[in-house]
Design a protein around this ligand. Structure first.
Ligand SMILES: Nc1ncnc2c1ncn2[C@@H]1O[C@H](COP(=O)(O)OP(=O)(O)OP(=O)(O)O)[C@@H](O)[C@H]1O
Ligand SMILES: [Mg+2]
Length: 229
């Protein structure tokens, strides 16, 4: 890769719109995300934050406009190659979305099993990631027996175990107390320092103030400049 390509935007949106019938979730979004950025997407409820994140991994499809992710034009990826796009992402949700009948270890290992990694590699990698998030001692526990903060730490481990280029977190601290929230953000920062691009959708101002990063404001589906309050 040339130095020039290395500095190019990792994700580019050109005049992207997303409608759901009469609802305009996103209107005319033109935006670049750069490699190894830490960014927040913020704005009131219904502003389009979740829709924007979903468009990036083709969880939603743009109604109009173009999206490029690491050189891939999302409108042109054949269905059978979507997994190559998805592999670039690690995703964290407000409600964790762990499989309740699988242990902590299994929830994280599944990602690598699906990617066809060898069992030796899986064991070492899962244990190392669980150590980083401080959940290695709980690897045989089922998620319903963990606190919310602990479940989210496992969800972070699951998101990062495949060494994704991009980590997306949609209100990752929305269900957590301040202390657990701080820990999750610290972990996201750790993986940012290790090279990932991290995009956090949140309306939590405390969270945004706690970490330096570019802030993207959405209001009624449009990009706006920073609110003055
Ligand atoms: N699948 C869908 N079908 C119909 N409307 C949708 C769908 N997904 C989102 N919308 C609408 O699009 C708009 C943006 O929704 P979105 O979930 O992206 O907002 P958000 O900023 O993430 O809000 P919140 O802070 O409440 O999570 C809302 O008006 C929502 O009702
Ligand atoms: Mg949302």
């Amino acid at each position: 890769m040339t130095a020039e390509a290395d500095h190019a935007a990792l994700i580019r949106l050109f005049h992207v719109h997303r409608h759901f019938h009469a609802t305009r979730a996103l209107t005319d979004i033109t935006l670049d995300f750069y490699r190894n950025e830490f960014l927040f997407v913020t704005g009131p409820s219904g502003a389009g934050k979740t829709t924007l994140l979903k468009l990036l991994y083709r969880g939603e499809v743009a109604s109009q406009g173009q999206i490029l992710v690491d050189g891939m034009n999302l409108a042109r990826i054949p269905r059978k190659k979507i997994h190559l796009l998805r592999r670039k992402f690690g995703i964290i949700f407000q409600d964790y979305k762990l499989i309740p009948t699988r242990t902590v270890y299994e929830n994280v290992a599944l990602v690598l099993e699906a990617a066809g990694r060898k069992s030796d590699y899986i064991r070492k990698k899962v244990q190392s990631v669980l150590r980083i998030v401080g959940m290695d001692k709980r690897q045989d526990t089922l998620p319903p027996n963990l606190s919310g903060g602990e479940q989210q730490r496992v969800a972070v481990a699951r998101a990062v175990v495949g060494d994704p280029t991009i980590i997306l977190a949609d209100e990752p601290t929305g269900s957590l107390d301040a202390e657990s929230a701080g820990l999750i953000i610290k972990l996201l920062k750790t993986f940012h320092t290790r090279g990932a691009t991290v995009i956090v959708a949140t309306h939590d101002r405390e969270l945004i103030r706690s970490i330096p990063g570019r802030i993207i404001y959405l209001q009624e589906g449009r990009l706006t400049s920073a609110p003055t309050v």
